[in-house]
Ligand binder design. Structure first.
Ligand SMILES: *Cc1c(COP(=O)(O)O)cnc(C)c1O
Length: 423
């Protein structure tokens, strides 16, 4: 009985019976090819390295130029799995056990059969971490930012969002979609924030959105000063702690945990994809805010929920991170050791107080050539950071030492960079 279907499809494809010109074959690739040629001419065409991470040999990975190659081991110096939690034995075991017991996918949205005990436990664990009443999972940190910020604009008529000039693309995306009025605030500048808040009509709802730790320059926001200014004007605060969760504070819940300020933030946003070593994003806030976002955010509602084994793995990782002070000390020690070695060799390190170690190159073509040579000649993998991730002229290598980078790995990297950058 299905035999008639293909012939119907053919009739539609040929356009028979529709008004307009006869169907002809079009090639739609030309504008895309022109765009790609432009990227290549500027030296910022992105090539993804095929890296098979090694749980046994973290932070090393097998690099292949084609899937069928044997490949070779390289040392990865730019992973956001900052603490190697992605290969922690307890995290791997939790994922395996959850998959064996319950299968892989969630099988639905949170509302339609896709909420499991793992989702509920993980949200409770996140709320406990940040000291908030509640937390809400998203499928990535990007979605957490874009869905939450865009929804706040819809729930709060007349909202003004004051957004730090260096905010991440996901926050900018959410703010744009929110329909709220947007005011850009000078980077990490509480005085500029105060000036700009003073210009907003007092009766309008206001939200100050910024990051606690900026991942490209490795600088930390003056969190207490920003919160104090926001409070003075009755503004809500939204703090992206994506590059700080797991890494700072007595229980590793971020800069707000370190500084004892979490209770003064309206909404904390984080990721499970970086120091937690898994995948997904979240917000932590009051019960009312979480319940409203849960009820209204399209990016939360209309998508299959996080795979339960991922949620189980994240739960196990959080349990480790809440008491991993030794790991955080070792992480900071490795970053300090790397910075000192690069500085002693005369390399152009951007000074930071954090685990992020930028080496400034300032030219996309040179940046790419250096990273190609690191890979080919020294078995070192670092991805060049080019526009639009950073401003043109500030292209860089962004090094992220983990607790598992050894003194020998640091010495080898510094020697290679000295040869390639200083010659
Ligand atoms: C990576 C990143 C995100 C997005 O998190 P994902 O979980 O990777 O989607 C959000 N904010 C900042 C500042 C980031 O660097």
């Amino acid at each position: 009985m299905f035999d008639s279907l293909p012939s119907q499809a053919t009739a539609v494809a040929s356009g028979a019976g529709f008004p307009g010109p006869a169907a002809t074959q079009h090639n739609h690739d030309q504008p895309f090819q022109a765009y790609l040629a432009g990227l290549k001419a500027e030296g910022r065409y992105r090539v993804f390295a095929d890296l098979e991470r090694s749980a046994a040999d973290f932070p090393c990975a097998r690099y292949r130029q084609a899937p069928e190659d044997a490949g070779r081991m390289v040392t990865v110096w730019c992973s956001n799995d900052y603490l190697g939690q992605g290969r922690h034995p307890a995290v791997i075991a939790a994922m395996q056990e959850a998959a064996t017991a319950g299968g892989v996918g969630a099988g639905g949205t949170r509302n339609i059969s896709g909420t499991s005990a793992w989702h509920v436990r993980l949200e409770a664990s996140l709320a406990d971490w940040h000291g908030t009443e509640a937390a809400l999972l998203f499928n990535s940190g990007y979605v957490a930012n874009s869905a939450t910020l865009s929804t706040l604009g819809k729930l709060l008529p007349g909202l003004v969002i004051l957004s730090d000039a260096k905010n991440h693309a996901s926050m900018i995306d959410g703010i744009r979609q929110s329909g709220a009025e947007r005011v850009i605030v000078g980077h990490n500048d509480p005085e500029d924030l105060a000036r700009k808040l003073a210009l907003v009509a007092p009766e309008r709802p206001k939200l100050v959105a910024f990051e606690s730790l900026y991942s490209m320059d490795g600088d930390i926001a003056p969190l207490e000063a920003m919160l104090t200014v926001a409070e003075r004007f009755g503004a809500m605060t939204y703090v992206d702690e994506v590059h700080a969760v797991g890494l700072y504070g007595p229980r590793g819940a971020g800069i707000a945990d370190r500084d004892g300020l979490a209770h003064r933030i309206t909404i904390i946003e984080g990721t499970l994809g970086k120091a937690v070593g898994c995948h997904g994003g979240y917000i932590a806030a009051s019960r009312a805010i979480v319940d409203a976002i849960r009820s209204a955010a399209a990016g939360f509602i209309f998508t299959t929920s996080m795979a339960p084994p991922v949620a189980a793995a994240a739960c196990a990782s959080l349990a480790v991170l809440k008491q991993a002070a030794d790991l955080r000390i070792r992480h900071q020690d490795r970053a300090a050791t790397l910075k000192a070695a690069l500085t002693a060799a005369g390399l152009p390190v951007l000074p930071t107080d954090t685990h992020i170690v930028p080496v400034m190159i300032g030219d996309p073509v040179r940046c790419k050539a250096i990273t190609d040579a690191l890979l080919e000649r020294f078995d070192i993998y670092v991805q060049p950071i080019n526009y639009p991730t950073v401003a043109r002229g500030t292209e860089r290598l962004r090094l992220t030492p983990t607790p598992y980078h050894t003194d020998a790995m640091i010495a080898h990297l510094v020697k290679a960079l000295s040869e390639l950058v200083l010659k």
